[in-house]
Design a protein around this ligand. Structure first.
Ligand code: PMV
Length: 311
């Protein structure tokens, strides 16, 4: 029994989304988290061993360890299924989504666990419900997450997201290609969100004006994506990047990748996620994606991923 979930990228609106502005995020199918449950031939009945070799985690499931994200995810998943393990089980988690890079690895792992457990116990799990449960685990990671990561990953579709509102899947009029590049520098979401909060406490007017401008860009981008006006999208990404720079979450590594993307013909490029490091995304015509990937690698990207949005 395997459950899986994709990665994600925020196209528009990171950080501003924490303060109530709209944002747009898309699933990234080229990377996945998978959780597999199997019965063990020996072991105490009702026990569940959690193994996540890629992050060096191995422990028995303990429902009192709600301070640990994997343990909490398993607890919520079992409770949601309405069943109790009878046999001795193993839950193995594998993910090729780089951690702390803006690709939503934590939310993807949680959704994969929720799906594997639901399947094992033959319980139903609606995407909206998976998003709600995964939000509880995201709170352990980030404190005050907006909820965009768990939402787009559970839904597996591009979304227009406003904190506290129902999920709004987006219709993509004309598919488009993004190249993602990992700067290789970790991007601790909690620290960057906190740095933005502190800057806002010093200069609330300037920060709120930047957030509002970012929200307007996200709204214009929604119109472009849903209406097929893709020529507007690249410039909107670059305008969003300028505001992210202004609020202080870009970094020299990201700037270098963004400059390289423009030189290689991208019509827009920006950081994606918390910033400080992590990934950048660039919009490109399909016949130029290979040369853009090469240019990004030459500019320091440790990994590039091509993803098509809307197909
Ligand atoms: O976890 P990341 O790197 O995808 O960043 C999350 C996006 C923020 O807007 C910075 C925080 C949030 O909770 O939405």
């Amino acid at each position: 029994m395997t459950g899986s979930a994709p990665g994600k990228a925020i196209l528009f609106g990171e950080h501003a989304v924490v303060y109530g502005q709209p944002a747009i995020a898309v699933p990234v199918q080229g990377v996945t988290a998978r959780a597999t449950i199997r019965r063990l031939s020996e072991g105490p009945p009702g026990s569940l061993r959690i193994e996540a070799p890629s992050i060096g985690f191995a422990a028995e499931f303990d429902e009192d360890r709600t301070d640990e994200p994997l343990q909490l995810a398993v607890k919520l998943a079992i409770r949601e299924s309405g069943s109790q393990p009878q046999a001795a089980l193993e839950l193995r988690i594998e993910s090729d989504i780089p951690v702390a890079s803006g690709l939503g690895s934590s939310a993807a792992v949680t959704v994969a666990i929720l799906r594997a457990v639901a399947e094992y116990f033959e319980a139903s799990l609606a995407p909206q419900r998976a998003a709600e449960l995964a939000y509880q685990v995201e709170q352990l990671h980030h404190g005050t997450p907006s909820g965009i990561d768990n939402s787009v990953i559970a839904l597996g579709q591009p979304i227009y997201f406003v904190r506290g509102q129902d999920l709004q899947p987006m219709r993509v009029a004309q598919p488009f290609l993004l190249v993602l590049a990992d700067s290789g520098k970790r991007s601790p979401t909690r620290e960057l969100v906190e740095a933005v909060r502190q800057r806002r406490s010093v200069d609330p007017e300037a920060m709120d004006a930047a957030f509002r401008s970012i929200g307007e860009i996200a709204d214009r981008a929604r119109t472009a994506i849903e209406g097929g006006g893709l020529e507007a999208l690249g410039p909107l990404m670059s305008a969003n990047q300028a505001l992210l720079q202004e609020i202080g979450v870009s970094s020299p590594e990201l700037e270098r990748l963004i400059a390289a993307a423009h030189e290689a013909g991208a019509s827009g490029a920006k950081l994606s996620g918390a910033g400080g490091g992590g990934i950048m995304i660039a919009l490109i015509d399909s016949d130029r994606s290979a040369s853009l990937e090469a240019a990004l690698q030459a500019a320091g990207a440790v990994r590039t991923i091509v993803t098509e949005v809307g197909r």
